[in-house]
Ligand binder design. Structure first.
Ligand SMILES: [Zn+2]
Length: 324
């Protein structure tokens, strides 16, 4: 763009040198520095300056605005800090992915899973709430590694059935001493791809403790050496510890009795499939307690500051009750 010299002086009234050179392309300067002189040379010089201005502006804009690729790198950096990794640990009978999220890199490994039974979906919502919480407060995972399996039985979840798409109860399909072969339990141990994927996940995670979220029995059950863990969790959520006994071919029998891993089944009530935030308010502290075990859970569902400020509001039973 070319400004007549009078307008130019009005717009940029300071001394030359106070602004970048491309603001001083006045006819006077061109005439002073030009060897050829004349209107033709002046026009060429202005076009050249315009191109330079355009290039510099484009370069500045490009540098200052993060590209989509850079944004994904920033996100990746944040995830690197939390050491979040996502795996597909297997596929279901109907070829749906069974996903795991691994956070933290410490030696104390914890495995939390949900929706082993496809019609018990409250645990999946709770697992995603836990993921969000840990993104906010990654300090909880210091010295720990957490593997979360939000949906072990994706076919059952889609169909809203307890069993998988072949009608097999995955929680009766593990290889255990008390297993019974049947059509509903599977004709042989680990007959289902979902169960085999879960066994691989346990081997990969090598957990010190396992929490599996079910419905609708409204209690905290345990298998193997899981009594202390169950009682610890019960201090932070409004569910009683109740021993249900080792079910044949169940995860509890496999992990708790065969592998000797403290295994707790968090049985949420049937009506627990309310909205996810409400679930978190009621049972989130129980999951946080399971992660921090055996340390006392000095993180409330609202974070460490809320815990210090006494924002936790224990009910008469010593548990948290925000939602009715
Ligand atoms: Zn169940």
């Amino acid at each position: 763009m070319y400004f007549p010299i009078k307008q130019k002086r009005r717009l940029y009234s300071r001394r030359q040198g106070d602004y970048p050179f491309y603001l001083y392309d006045t006819p006077r300067r061109n005439i002073a520095v030009g060897k050829k002189g004349g209107a033709e040379h002046l026009q060429k010089f202005n076009i050249l300056n315009l191109i330079i201005l355009l290039i510099i502006s484009t370069a500045l804009f490009t540098v200052s605005c993060p590209k989509p690729a850079n944004i994904s790198k920033i996100k990746q950096k944040q995830e690197d800090r939390l050491a979040i990794q996502r795996y597909i640990i297997g596929v279901s009978n109907e070829n749906r992915s069974i996903e795991s999220v691994v956070m933290g890199q410490g030696e104390d490994a914890i495995l939390i899973m949900a929706s082993v039974h496809g019609d018990e979906t409250a645990g999946t919502a709770l697992a995603f709430q836990l993921l969000e919480y840990l993104r906010k407060y990654p300090i909880i995972l210091e010295g720990r590694k957490l593997m979360i399996l939000p949906t072990v039985n994706p076919d059952g979840s889609v169909r809203n059935t307890r069993c998988n798409s072949r009608g097999v109860d995955l929680n009766r399909n593990f290889s255990t001493g008390n297993r019974v072969n049947s059509k509903e339990n599977g004709l042989f141990p680990l007959s289902e791809p979902e169960t085999r994927a879960l066994v691989r996940a346990i081997r990969q995670c090598s957990p010190n403790r396992i929490v599996t979220v079910h419905q609708p029995l409204a209690c905290i059950d345990y298998d193997g050496p899981g009594k202390d863990l169950a009682e610890h969790i019960a201090k932070y959520c409004d569910l009683p510890v109740r021993r249900l006994g080792a079910m044949p071919g169940s995860l509890g029998s496999y992990a708790g009795l065969t592998l000797n891993i403290p295994t707790v089944t968090l049985e949420l009530p049937e009506e627990a499939d309310a909205d996810a935030e409400c679930l978190w308010e009621q049972y989130g502290a129980g999951l946080i307690a399971a992660i921090l075990y055996p340390q006392p859970a000095d993180f409330s569902i609202h974070g460490p500051a809320a815990a210090r400020a006494g924002k936790r509001s224990p009910s008469a039973s010593g548990c948290f009750g925000y939602c009715q």
